[in-house]
Design a protein. Sequence first.
Length: 340
Amino acid sequence: MPRNSHVTIRDVASNARVSTATVSRVISGDGYVSRATRERVEHSIQKLGYSPSFAAQSLRTKKSTVIGLVITDIKNPFYPELVSGIENEAQSRGYSLILCNSQEDTDRESGYLDYLASHRTDGILICVPGMANRQRVKLRKFMGPIVLLNENKVDADFPTIAMDNFEGGKQIGVHLKEIGYKKIVYVGVEREVKDGLPRFEGLKKGAGAKVDYISSEDSVRYAEDLVSRILKKHTIPLAVVSHNDVSAIALMHEFMDRGFRIPEEVAIVGYDDIAMSALVNPALTTVNQKLNRLAQLGMNTLETLLSGDKKSKGLEVSPELVVRGSTVKGKTKSKAKAKI
């Protein structure tokens, strides 16, 4: 029978000829109820189509079995893939998910934190670079556990599942060096500078050479301008590494529209290994950030904290280079070795 929001716990109690307290014990599983009474209550719940009020339950138990997830940009395919992994992990553990898309807006970040706190959310997963620094005072006041995801380094205040972006950049640099590219350009976005540019620094280390850095407010919208800037400073052949796959694909198409051959004249590398990266032609060489592992570790850490264990500090996930046709002609897929 469909759930009926108009049926109350009193209706169930009346139908089952028990008290509302007994119905509550059956629903929560907390406290003794005889088998016969339990069956009678469960039959009434099914018969009437009763759906418990989770808001009322959270007020009584101080737990909502709801967690918040704050991300920065749902339009970037990286985030839907991560959200899907976290949602699957949360559902399998009995939690519901409230998704908050901050759109890189500080006021939205603050507003979402207020909303999650007012709805007695059990805990929060945050996947917004730099948000912990911008909202540190408010985050410290939140009553439940907070776990940071996809940061560059472990935070001093909050358990962090950090990505080793230096290692990811280094793997790209080693690969480009091995296939003979000596001129390398890294395309970033301005907000990356605040994080110390670990991918850029790792790229320089792996390549063992100077790498030119250019940035834009929006590397997808301004791909045409970025390519013009690159060609004004550098001659072909060269390699272009972008801070994410969407930007890398936009740059690759712009180079191809201008008649350049990929990868013979221009090698292109992205970051994230979104599903689209394997479908474009040529397929994009990129760095896989192991999103399922990130989601699993994030939920593991949050559950550890919810259980009362305060010792969880943070972990680091190592990425893995996926070599495809945008750097090696005819290559479909292979993976460089990565740390575990």
